[in-house]
Each structure stands twice: as C-alpha cells, then as structure tokens.
Design a protein around this ligand. Structure first.
Ligand code: ATP
Ligand code: MG
Length: 414
C-alpha cells in the first residue's frame, strides 16, 4: 500500500492555492520586468559544494537544513535551499561576464529540512531577483524599491515594514567582529552551543540566533554602526538617500544580519506582524564576494528573495479567472455541433466551458456554477433551422442567433 500522505512539510497546491501562488509570482515577474529584469531558471539540484562552500559552514541551511544525497555515480547532490548560489554558478559556467550588468528574475521551489509550521515548509517557493555588476548603492536602492513596489502591487503596503542595515565592507566588518568577540566572550556561560561554535567561526552570525537566551545577550551587544569606516558609512548614507528620493520608507535595524555568509554592505528584510513568528516575507542584501569565492571573476551583486507561501497567505483574493461562455447542447444529436462551436469560440479567443453529459437543467446549473457570462443553448429543432439560442446570464435575455452570425455576436463576451 502506497503512503497517501504527502511528505511532511510538503503540500499539494490545489486549484485555489495555486491561483494565489501564480498571482504572487506573476505580480513579481511583472514588476521585475518593469525594472528591466528578465527571467531565468537554474536546476533545482546542484552539486552540494555550490551551496556548502558559499552559504557558510555555520549557516542554519548548511548545518541542518539541506536535502543532500549521493547520486548513483557517487556525486553529492543537494536540492537547492535558495536561489542565489545557483544563479551565481550559472553566471560563471555560462560565461556571462560579457553581458554585465545583468538583471535577473527567478521563481521556483526551494527545499529546506526545517520544522514545519505555519509559513514554514520543507518544500516552499521563492521569487527572487539578482542585479549583477554594479557596486554602487543606487543598485541596492533599485532592488529594494522594486521589492517595495512588488509588495505594494500585492496590496500589502500598509502591512509591511522594510528593515535595513549595513554590514560594511571587509575592513569595517573585521573591526566589528573583533569588538563583538570581545563582548560575547564574557557570556560563554549564557550562549547556546550553536552560538559558541558561531563565535569561533563567524561571530556576526550570533546576532541572527533565534535562541531566547542568545537573544537576551545579543540585545546588549555593540552595534555595527560604531565600527563603520568612512567609505562604508558613505555607502549606507547614499543608499538611504536614494530610498528617500523614491519614497521607500525604511527602519534602520543595526542588529539585522542575514543568515548567509556572503553578504556585505546592505542587508534588508521586509517583515509583517500578520503572520506570527514567520514574519519575514522578502529578504536580501549585497554579496560582492560571492562570485569570486565560487571561482568566477570578481563581480558585485545585490538581490532579494521572497517567500511565495507567506505572501499568498497575506494577499486578498487574486483576480478572478475570466468568466466562460457555457455551451449547452440539449439532446444527444446536438452534441457534435456544440463540440465544434466550442472550438470555434475558443479559437476566436473566448473562454468556453462545456460539460460532458446532462440534460438542459443540469447543464444550466453548471453554467451558473462556473459563473458563465452567457450560455449558447443548442436544441435539435433549432439546430435544424441553423440557429442557436444565446442567453445572456446577467440580463437573462435570450436571442436566437444564426450559426453564421454566432462568432460576431459572441465577440462581446471575450
Ligand atoms: P527565516 O528567518 O524565516 O527562516 P530565512 O532567513 O531562512 O528566513 P531566506 O533564506 O532569506 O529566509 O529566504 C527568503 C524568504 O523565503 C524568507 O523571508 C521567507 O519568506 C521564505 N522562506 C524561507 N524559508 C522558508 C520556509 N522553510 N518555508 C516557507 N518560506 C520560507
Ligand atoms: Mg531559515
């Protein structure tokens, strides 16, 4: 007997859920297109090192969350937990440095073995953008503004805030790291085991801990702001000025660090309190070192990814699908004619619904159920006279229309 439960943390997207997802994805793609971003896809699995070497050996994703298996050839494969590493890999293997600057949009499933809860699945979906090439703060402002426009287009402007921070350049980050290590070293007895490991390998990541006791220690930690060198501070100020120039509201949060190792300068998250604990709907930052670290040419980059499930929970009903015209053959002998009329109407661009069986009453019930704009009723006697009856479902008005005039008559329902 086959297990009929989907695997824990995975979900079917049945018609209504899928419609909401598609609405979120299409909105993202439309906004991205408006900003000049084009869609690409990368494989949903990659060699494990694509993620293991780039996301950071202390990140939650690499330490706990990856779906990794050995292929029959003995190679280690991982289902992608996020999109940026794959895009960076594709940039290098596709030799795309000739085409910089590149503005890329992607969407698709991601996989992380986390504890499933509301807004947290093991297979979930992201839409995301990457802007490769420019190293100026205006590029950061552009992708953040695009994120804000996307959320506004989904009707979420009032429900979401943009939190932003700077991690500075390498020099600033190193200075801050030393200060942080000095601070955290006084709290060895209170920090979680995970955080003690991070303290050794990547102290900034302690700031991102979700452990309650860690959070209490983090609350008193010195902030990045005091460690920024002039260049990093100017970068951040310019970014904020650009955001203000285009009316993007933000809140500075100096404790915001992103979970992955490859970020520098800008880090940001769009959060809501409408989803309980899983409040981050869109997050990203600048990752100038990533592509070089993977073995490619030094290439600046900035981008974000948004969780489609979380956004789908927040949006109102997506726009309804187009209302169909219902074809209603009455009697077996009109079925074939109705079938050909249905195709003619579809080829003329109308949405057509035709059931497979049933009498007039049953078929008209169905026409109501699918919210038809009009019904084309085809009785045997009328068919012999070369006519169909078109019923406008709004007004209830019925008109006899000769077959030859049916297409022009129906054009109003397109
Ligand atoms: P979180 O702190 O919620 O675990 P994260 O920092 O791991 O988020 P990112 O890697 O930045 O998340 O991914 C970007 C977005 O993808 C998140 O803001 C969220 O909306 C979504 N997301 C991440 N993990 C999941 C998941 N397991 N299930 C559903 N959505 C997710
Ligand atoms: Mg996570």
């Amino acid at each position: 007997m086959v297990s009929l439960q989907p695997v824990r943390g995975t979900h079917d997207l049945l018609v209504d859920d899928k419609r909401r997802h598609v609405h979120v994805e299409e909105t993202a793609r439309a906004i991205a297109a408006r900003y000049g971003f084009e869609e690409i896809s990368t494989p949903i699995f990659e060699f494990t090192e694509v993620f293991a070497r780039t996301l950071g050996e202390t990140s939650d994703i690499v330490t706990k969350e990856m779906y990794t298996f050995d292929d029959k050839s003995g190679e280690s494969i991982t289902l992608r937990p996020e999109g940026t590493a794959g895009v960076a890999r594709a940039f290098i293997s596709g030799g795309l440095q000739q085409s910089l600057p590149l503005k890329l949009f992607y969407r698709g499933p991601m996989f992380r073995r986390e504890r499933p809860q509301k807004g947290r699945q093991r297979q979930f979906h992201q839409v995301g953008v990457e802007l490769l090439g420019p190293d100026k703060p205006m590029a950061d402002a552009e992708v953040i503004a695009m994120g804000a426009d996307f959320l506004a287009e989904l009707g979420l402007a009032g429900k979401i805030v943009c939190e932003i921070n700077t991690l500075g350049d390498t020099e600033s980050r190193n200075a801050y790291r030393d200060i942080l290590v000095g601070y955290f070293n006084d709290f060895h007895d209170r920090l979680s085991e995970d955080s003690l490991i991070r303290l050794k390998k990547n102290p900034l990541r302690v700031l991102d801990s979700k452990d309650e006791e860690d959070k209490a220690v983090v609350a008193g930690a010195p902030t990045m702001a005091d460690s920024l060198n002039d260049a990093s501070r100017r970068f951040f100020d310019d970014l904020l000025a650009s955001l203000e120039a285009v009316g993007v509201a933000y809140e500075i949060n100096h404790k915001l660090v992103r979970g992955l190792d490859y970020y520098c300068h800008t880090a940001f998250e769009f959060t809501t309190d409408a989803l309980g604990a899983q409040g981050t709907v869109l997050a990203g930052g600048r990752y100038d070192g990533l592509i070089k670290q993977m073995g490619g040419p030094p290439t600046a980059g900035v981008g974000w990814a948004a969780g489609v499930e979380r956004l789908a929970m927040l949006v109102d009903e997506p726009p309804a699908r187009p209302r169909p015209v219902a074809l209603v053959p009455v009697g077996a002998d009109t079925q074939d004619k109705a079938f050909t009329i249905a195709f003619e109407l579809r080829r003329a661009g109308l949405t057509v619904d035709m059931g497979y069986s049933g009498n007039l009453k049953k078929r008209m019930n169905r026409a109501n159920k699918v919210n038809a704009v009009a019904a084309v009723i085809l009785g045997s006697e009328e068919m012999e006279r070369g006519l169909a009856t078109v019923r406008d479902m709004e007004s209830g008005e019925q008109t006899e229309v000769p077959f030859s005039e049916l297409l022009p008559h129906m054009a109003r329902y397109r």
